[in-house]
Ligand binder design. Structure first.
Ligand SMILES: [Zn+2]
Ligand SMILES: [Zn+2]
Length: 298
């Protein structure tokens, strides 16, 4: 009979973090060496020990040793965090691992791209959800309520003490940056290649599989080939940092973020052999091909 499988390097690294004292050491080091700037400094053994509040030096040294090399580096008498150590502290401070706040729906001063009604925004289960109270929305899944227009993962820290209008602005600004990177072919999270899928000409719903929960025809899938992050978004707003879309949006004073997404999603969409065709309210036509190259036709 085989014995238990050997612990992976990942499991060993996580096991090092399984200690309140070690997490407190990382925090103490972070506060003394990193905040507020990105360049790491060093701090002394006594300053960390005092911050963590452990009198027993043997016990404190044991925990500091466990962190050393992977998360903490020693330089002479001083200590600093590795980038890995800083990443752990930052991840904890987003609240993503442990917190689950809720923000109740609130009507805000932005409009539904389908029917023009004012939208409402709420936060639950780690998502900022923008929803129309008057129409069926663009997302069809039991996870989100009827009327959902966009649902974006966002860390709990982003809603803690921040009003929901600001959250709404920021989350769409943030994803603008994510979509732009992915539309240029790389994943901003892991740095690997991104694969673009336009829905097929016929029967767009259900093809490809990742679009099965959306009811809007003007969406594409951007999927990372390594970490699996995938985003469903509009190809014109995802390429709003280059022409012809940059020129079009700037010309008409449509701001980056929700406004550009909602504007592009309000346009008529059709399909041709060479790609998706959008027609704007002022009769400009944009064609998007499989490479997300956009051509202005009129
Ligand atoms: Zn609506
Ligand atoms: Zn990735």
């Amino acid at each position: 009979m085989d014995g238990p499988p050997a612990r992976s390097r990942d499991a060993l690294v996580f096991s090092v973090l399984d200690s309140e004292i070690r997490l407190a050491i990382l925090d103490a080091l972070y506060d003394r060496t990193v905040v507020p700037g990105p360049f790491s400094g060093e701090t002394s053994y006594s300053s960390i020990r005092e911050a963590v509040g452990i009198d027993d030096s043997g016990r404190f040294n044991y925990h500091l040793d466990r962190l050393t090399d992977e998360f903490v580096i020693k330089f002479g008498d001083a200590y600093r965090l590795t980038e890995r150590g800083r990443e752990i502290v930052r991840l904890r401070r987003t609240g993503t691992l442990t917190e689950d706040p809720r923000v109740a729906p609130k009507r805000i001063d932005s409009s539904c791209y389908l029917c023009g009604e004012r939208v409402e925004v709420f936060y639950a289960n780690g998502f900022v959800v923008t929803r129309c109270p008057s129409c069926s929305g663009a997302v069809d899944t039991e996870i989100f309520p009827t009327g959902t227009l966009s649902a974006l993962p966002y860390p709990p820290s982003g809603v803690d003490g921040i009003d929901i209008e600001t959250v709404f602005e920021r989350v769409h600004q943030r994803y603008m940056c994510v979509y732009r990177a992915m539309a240029r072919g790389f994943c901003p999270t892991c740095g690997h290649d991104v694969h673009v899928t336009l829905p097929r000409r016929e029967n767009a719903r259900g093809e490809p599989d990742l679009l099965r929960h959306v009811t809007h025809d003007g969406l594409v899938v951007l999927a990372c080939t390594h970490c699996g992050q995938h985003r469903v978004t509009n190809p014109l707003s995802a390429t709003d940092d280059r022409d012809p879309m940059a020129d079009y949006f700037i010309d008409r004073a449509v701001d980056p973020g929700w406004d550009r997404l909602a504007t592009a999603l309000s346009w008529d969409v059709d399909r041709r052999a060479d790609g998706m065709v959008f027609e704007t309210d002022d009769a400009v036509r944009f064609v998007v091909d499989e490479e997300l190259d956009v051509t202005r036709e009129s």
